[in-house]
Design a binder for this molecule. Structure first.
Ligand SMILES: *[C@@H]1O[C@H](CO)[C@@H](O)[C@H](O)[C@H]1NC(C)=O
Ligand SMILES: *[C@@H]1O[C@H](CO)[C@@H](O)[C@H](O)[C@H]1NC(C)=O
Length: 634
């Protein structure tokens, strides 16, 4: 044990050193130097619904489609599209990356108009499918050297230009209102930076899509100015000519900062102002609550101890009265300890992932790295969950340790798996590419049941060896009568009241998190996120301790479950906010999208409930032990 801290310190230092010297790159993070004439591959990702620029735009769908879905009729490379390798997190977050027939060579064919292919026999049925997707604001997602192709947009709030990832499949606004126009021409502007003569790096990918109608079988004109739009009527068979033009433009953006333009999507001032605002309020409240608590508790303690010393016959009152009850086994200790164990596993996962993100290991080039790190952390923190669950279970007076270990290891993965499986069925039904592939499902089963569950069992073994936590006061033989409790201390009311504060600290950041989860926008404000997570943890702990104290003062000694519920109260507000987000930011047309949204929201709320509930429970447990070890009991 003694050698562990120095060892960890060495590892952290090595990682920090490696990151600082740039000697150490995660896959996808190392610069690729191209020479003139070298092939620059263009990869295509699934089509996603996009929030179009304006501030009150609503997302119309949540379903991704494969680029090579036959109904889109996009040009395919010779010999059929080939799937590109992807990380686990990338697959889970809906990336489906394939190669493409675009022929791009470094600094060659600058400004040449080229035909990609001419697609014949696009049926009316396909045209309807395409038109529907255009109406739902679907966007194409291309990747060149790890950079997403973006549209350059003007931020109306501060006049900055920024890159909005993805570009429109078509256009159904303005002059073509009555019928959507398909974009069949792409102006691709590749920005390159030359760190040394003869070496070129891609530092920006911009695409201006446009619709060129008229006869589709002659050579491409790329004349975007005078073209009429390409409208696909739904009762005819069409021919579509796809064309593109690549322009190489030198840029002084170095490779290291090439992502900055993409990540400017949200004005950082919004983060700052709102976050500082809520931080100040919440920190102030936390300090106030802790001070009130500390003062009244220390007053209570000195009074209790003084009464005992003077052997006054005066009756005990307040929380001291229930000293013989506070550590009485609560109802259903099994479920409570399993929830706490799983919550602790999730807490550890969130904490470590945030540290990774803060250290800058989760490069946006490395697609899905956030989700991958989360999955791996969760898997390997199985031991934490098992250990805590079994110790809490023993401390609560539970006896069936094997069952506890088994349930801790299996229930949460099974619930999540079942939900994901159901959502998958809906995705498959909707013909979406977002369904998790079979191989990935198997991998997840292997991770959870093959690694996490055994680790959890090992943790449970050590937990039961360490046994129950010693309690400072003994439990009476006969339970006390509980007087009627005030309304605001009833479990549901307490949970709702207590949940407001942590939710209030988080809801600004929550907007960005939900937008990036559902509207596939980049989220890299990890500093803000970590700060918010810390504040939420702190607030949850403080508020749960406060409510537990109130409960005990009201002689309501069944605090275990209440502590968990008041801690997890913010999950209710998260659910309400999720529904509000749906009403205000989404206008989902299909039933599958609605089911998907509710399914993901349910998972999010469940995980939040477990994490904050665990924080509330553990904090209250700690506080109750401190409280009752401070007084003298005869
Ligand atoms: C490509 O053409 C554009 C204008 O058409 C020009 O600004 C740019 O410098 C050219 N790039 C190269 C590498 O010649
Ligand atoms: C290339 O860069 C120049 C200036 O850096 C800019 O004026 C021009 O519009 C760019 N060309 C394209 C096609 O974006």
């Amino acid at each position: 044990m003694a050698t562990r801290p120095p060892f960890m310190a060495v590892v952290v230092q090595l990682l920090a050193f490696a990151a600082a010297t740039g000697a150490f790159y995660l896959p996808g993070a190392a610069p690729h130097n191209f020479v003139k004439g070298e092939q620059v591959p263009l990869f295509v990702n699934a089509l996603t619904p996009m929030l179009t620029g304006t501030d009150n735009a609503k997302l119309k769908s949540l379903i991704n489609y494969d680029y090579y879905n036959p109904k889109f009729q996009f040009c395919e490379p010779e010999g059929g599209p080939k799937k590109q390798p992807e990380s686990l997190g990338s697959i889970l977050f809906g990336d489906r990356i394939f190669d493409s027939p675009y022929d791009i060579k470094m600094l060659e064919e600058n400004g040449t108009c080229r035909t990609l292919c001419v697609k014949q026999g696009v049926t009316g049925e396909d045209a309807k499918f395409i038109n529907d997707r255009i109406r739902e604001d679907y966007a194409l997602n291309w990747l060149i050297d790890g950079l997403p192709a973006a549209e350059m947009k003007l931020d109306t709030r501060n006049g900055d230009l920024f890159f909005d990832m993805g570009f429109n499949l078509g256009n159904d606004e303005g002059k073509f209102q009555e019928q959507p126009a398909l974009n069949n021409h792409y102006e691709i502007v590749l920005r390159y930076h030359s760190p040394a003569p003869g070496n070129y790096r891609v530092v920006g990918v911009l695409v201006w899509p446009s619709s060129i109608g008229g006869p589709q079988d002659g050579p491409a004109t790329c004349d975007t100015e005078n073209a009429s739009p390409l409208l696909l009527t739904e009762d005819q068979t069409h021919t579509i000519r796809y064309s593109y033009r690549v322009t190489w433009n030198e840029s002084d953006t170095p490779w290291a900062t090439r992502w900055d333009n993409y990540l400017k999507i949200f004005d950082p001032r919004i983060h700052w102002f709102s976050l500082i605002n809520s931080l100040v309020i919440v920190v102030f409240l936390c300090i106030m609550v802790s001070m009130i608590l500390l003062r009244s508790v220390s007053r209570d303690i000195s009074r209790y101890n003084a009464i005992d010393l003077s052997e006054d016959v005066q009756e005990d009152w307040g929380w001291k009265l229930v000293h013989g009850e506070v550590f009485r086994t609560p109802r259903r200790p099994m479920i409570l300890s399993v929830l706490v164990g799983n919550g602790a596993q999730l807490c550890a996962m969130v904490g470590v992932t945030l540290v990774f993100a803060l250290l800058g290991f989760l490069s946006p080039s490395n697609r899905g790295s956030l989700a991958t790190v989360m999955m791996i952390c969760w898997t390997f923190f199985g031991g934490v969950g098992g250990y805590l669950s079994s110790r809490v279970y023993a401390s609560l007076g539970g006896t069936d340790r094997r069952k506890n270990a088994f349930v801790t290891a299996t229930v949460l993965p099974t619930v999540i798996f079942a939900v994901v499986f159901l959502l998958n069925l809906f995705l498959l039904g909707a013909g979406s590419s977002g369904a998790v592939p079979f191989g990935t499902m198997l991998l997840i089963i292997l991770l959870w049941y093959g690694i996490s569950a055994p680790l959890s069992a090992v943790g449970a073994y050590y937990g039961s060896r360490h046994g129950a936590v010693q309690h400072p006061v003994r439990v009476n033989q006969i339970p006390r009568q509980i007087p009627p409790t005030p309304k605001y201390l009833r479990p549901a009311a307490a949970a709702l009241l207590a949940g407001i504060l942590p939710f209030g600290a988080a809801f600004v950041e929550l907007y960005f998190v939900l937008s990036s989860l559902f509207a596939s926008r980049a989220y890299y404000a990890f500093g803000f996120l970590a700060l918010t997570a810390g504040i939420v943890g702190l607030t949850t702990a403080t508020v749960s301790i406060l409510f537990t104290y109130f409960c005990l003062c009201a002689e309501e000694y069944r605090w275990h479950w209440r502590a968990f519920l008041t801690g997890g109260g913010s999950a209710f507000w998260l659910l309400a906010y999720g529904l509000f987000f749906w009403a205000s930011r989404l206008s989902l047309h299909s039933m599958s999208s609605a089911v998907l949204y509710l399914g993901y929201l349910f998972l999010l709320v469940l995980l939040d409930f477990l994490v904050t509930g665990t924080i509330g429970f553990l904090a209250s447990y700690w506080a109750v032990r401190r409280l009752y070890s401070a007084i003298r009991i005869d």
